[in-house]
Design a binder for this molecule. Structure first.
Ligand SMILES: Nc1ncnc2c1ncn2[C@@H]1O[C@H](COP(=O)(O)OS(=O)(=O)O)[C@@H](OP(=O)(O)O)[C@H]1O
Ligand SMILES: [Mg+2]
Length: 697
């Protein structure tokens, strides 16, 4: 083969190989492309995987945020509801703080407002007024007043309802529709009121008085003899009870003839119109006269006197009865007042304390549960658990809920903190701190339902809880009932100082007032404890103790007496702050018809009873909705204190309040009227009847 032929052969071979390689290359490229596609797919899948993981994470976060939003919304809702409960009548919450407005508008021009002329009284601001007068309505009688009220006030069913014990056979159409009942809820979300501003933003006498006797004796025209055909069997029973008591009262008035002379002496003496020096002198004169053997060493004398041997013997016998119970009750109420003071300060300033709404929508705080636990524990320790029966406002339902764990913890700490101070009040602390089960047990033990027989304590741990959470007036009320009659009453009023002008204490005022002026010896601290024993004819006042001082018993108590003012023009009316709790319009009508000129003093809690007993006000009235049943713990302590201080307390029909029917003041006729004396009381009861007579119903 020639050289050329060999080359050609090699070229051909190489060409063939090259074609093969080219073809392989194509295949390889295809493979590469395919692999690339596969690779891309894998990347996408993994990205998708990542995306899916991200999405899952996002969904989780979203879920958490949604549930957080839901719980915040729920909390906000509860918060709004509670704020509404606490601060609901924002337009009213301030107007009880003096001064009250004057009505400038002429009623005859019909410019007083939409629903009622007396509502307009409530609506005006202090700055719009300038005097202390009731509106100068040219209405000559209660009858006229009430006619004007008719159809205007949605609470007339209270006055004229079918189940009204006095006006039982009268029908008032659609009366049920006149009141809307409260919504109920089961919410019990713990709320932290961070600051006061934030909170703002959220926001029987057991033995009847013998009124009939006394009224007849005064020869007045007032007549409590209701027409018989209007009287229900229950009333008949009440009447019989009243008649028996008339006899008792007559007997008592003979027995206590010397006491009556003293009463008259008291009657002409007005603590509110004299200086503190005069007060002391008169007090000492009185005590010397009354208590030659007074156990109250500081103010009594040790000399004996036989000028009134009969009443002295009587009093000496009475003196011992319930002595230990009274002493213990006063001591534990002092402890409770100190406890409440601490909690209220925290609530308003550092605000770690819970306020929760109960199932009936009313607020309850650490203080309510803590006071109930503390007092229940002391009473059981001192008198023996088997001897103590207590009717009290709180149960353990709210505090036992899972969401109330924080509240319970606060209560446990608060109770133990208070018990640690027991010796300051002459009481004994427990050997070891109490655990939550002991505290729950102490609260739960207060499960008596009262009744006509036996002995039981009646406790409102924080009366006027609204006032308490608003930083305003409230009271700790403890009474002892025996066989349906209130025999002891102790009322702690931590924000009602001994100095009368502080009755209008409220948080804002407190903040702008130097602390020192609230605690100087002159003012005697910022609060007081009042107490009285049935039949003693006396009511006493002690200042709350400051700082390191120890409670002295029975020293440092002052005798208090109701005001002697019986001229309506000079009299002061106290009533609840909330319209929901008492019909302001109706009481305004009564007050006007009786001739009151001063503005009403709207005060939370049983401090109103305290104000009457101390002589700082002359009348307290409460007319609740007819659907509302008054509880015994809201009145027992106050009633006995007012009565023993010389006042009169009855329902609006002039009957004594009946504490023997269980937890409620069953058979209460329309409302409650407490007065410093018979004259004013008679006028108000008369005005209620005149309103009825004029109603044409
Ligand atoms: N609807 C209604 N009508 C009448 N009374 C009611 C009503 N609801 C509650 N209560 C009871 O009133 C107690 C508070 O009374 P106050 O005189 O302090 O009321 S107010 O806050 O000044 O308006 C209050 O006492 P506390 O629960 O101890 O605060 C209740 O027992
Ligand atoms: Mg109460």
């Amino acid at each position: 083969m020639s050289e050329n032929a060999a080359r050609k052969e090699e070229i051909k071979k190489l060409t063939t190989e090259l074609d093969g390689l080219r073809s392989d290359n194509v295949v390889t490229n295809e493979k590469i492309e395919e692999m690339q596609r596969e690779h891309d797919m894998i990347s996408e899948m993994s990205a998708a995987e990542d995306a899916r993981a991200d999405a899952t994470e996002l969904r989780k976060v979203l879920g958490e945020k949604e549930s957080r939003r839901d719980s915040l919304e729920k909390e906000l809702e509860t918060l709004k509801k509670l704020a509404n409960i606490i601060w609901g009548e924002a337009d009213e919450s301030d107007d009880h703080i003096v001064p009250y407005p004057e009505i400038k508008t002429d009623i005859h021009q019909g410019t007083l407002g939409s629903s009622s002329k007396f509502d307009t009284i409530e609506g005006q601001s202090a700055s719009e007024s300038g005097t202390n007068s009731w509106p100068d309505l040219s209405l000559s009688s209660a009858a006229k007043i009430d006619q004007d009220f008719l159809g205007s006030f949605d609470d007339l069913d209270r006055i004229f309802s079918n189940d009204d014990p006095i006006f039982g056979y009268v029908s008032f159409e659609n009366s049920d529709a006149l009141w809307s009942s409260k919504d109920t809820s089961n919410s019990s979300v713990p709320l932290h009121l961070e600051t006061p501003n934030q909170a703002n933003a959220l926001r029987n006498r057991s033995e009847p008085l013998g009124i009939e006797v006394e009224y007849n004796a005064t020869g007045t025209t007032f007549n409590l003899g209701y027409s018989i055909d209007r009287i229900t069997p229950a009333e008949k029973e009440q009447q019989d009870f009243g008649q028996n008591n008339q006899l008792k009262a007559q007997k008592k008035s003979h027995d206590k003839i010397d006491g009556k002379a003293l009463q008259e002496f008291y009657g002409s003496w007005s603590p509110s119109s004299i200086t503190s020096g005069q007060f002391q002198n008169q007090l000492e004169t009185l005590l010397e006269f009354r208590f030659p053997f007074s156990p109250f060493n500081e103010v009594g004398t040790s000399e004996s006197s036989d000028s009134h041997p009969k009443s002295v013997t009587f009093l000496a016998m009475e003196e011992d009865k319930y002595a230990k119970e009274l002493e213990v009750a006063v001591r534990v109420v002092h402890v409770a007042c100190a406890l409440c003071g601490r909690v209220q300060e925290r609530l308003l300033e550092t605000s770690n304390d819970h306020v929760v709404s109960k199932d009936d929508d009313s607020p309850v705080t650490v203080a309510d549960f803590s006071v109930q636990a503390t007092i229940s524990w002391f009473l059981s320790e001192i008198f023996g658990v088997q001897n103590v029966s207590i009717v009290a406002e709180e149960d353990i339902q709210t505090i036992s809920k899972d969401e109330s764990a924080g509240l319970l913890e606060d209560v446990v700490n608060t109770v133990n903190e208070s018990l640690a101070f027991a010796s300051k009040y002459g009481l004994q602390s427990p050997e070891t701190t109490l655990g939550s089960s002991e505290i729950l047990e102490a609260i739960a033990r207060c499960n008596s339902t009262g009744g006509p027989s036996g002995r039981y304590w009646v406790l409102d741990p924080v009366d006027g809880t609204l006032g308490f959470v608003r930083g305003d007036q409230y009271a700790v009320a403890l009474a002892l009932i025996e066989d349906g009659k209130v025999v002891l009453g102790v009322l702690g009023c931590p924000n009602y100082p001994v100095k009368t002008e502080w009755l209008n204490y409220h948080y804002q005022h407190h903040q702008t007032t130097p602390q020192s002026s609230l605690t100087t010896p002159d003012t005697g601290g910022k609060g007081c404890v009042l107490y009285a024993k049935r039949g003693s004819g006396e009511a006493w006042l002690q200042s709350l103790i400051d700082g390191e001082k120890m409670l002295e018993w029975p020293n440092r108590a002052r005798l208090i007496r109701v005001s002697s003012i019986d001229d309506p023009a000079l009299a002061t009316l106290c009533e609840p702050v909330e319209r929901a709790n008492s019909n302001h319009s109706f009481t305004a009508g009564l007050a006007h018809s009786v001739g009151l000129k001063k503005q009403p003093l709207r005060v939370h809690s049983m401090v109103k009873y305290a104000a009457i007993a101390r002589g700082d006000a002359e009348i307290f009235m409460k007319f609740a909705k007819c659907s509302y049943k008054e509880k015994i713990w809201d009145h027992a302590a106050g009633v006995v204190i007012v009565e023993e201080a010389g006042g009169v307390v009855t329902d609006a029909g002039g009957r004594p309040l009946d504490f023997s029917k269980g937890m409620y003041l069953e058979g209460l006729d329309r409302g409650i009227i407490a007065c410093s004396g018979v004259t004013l009381h008679e006028k108000f009861i008369g005005a209620v009847y005149a309103s009825w007579d004029s109603s044409n119903l």
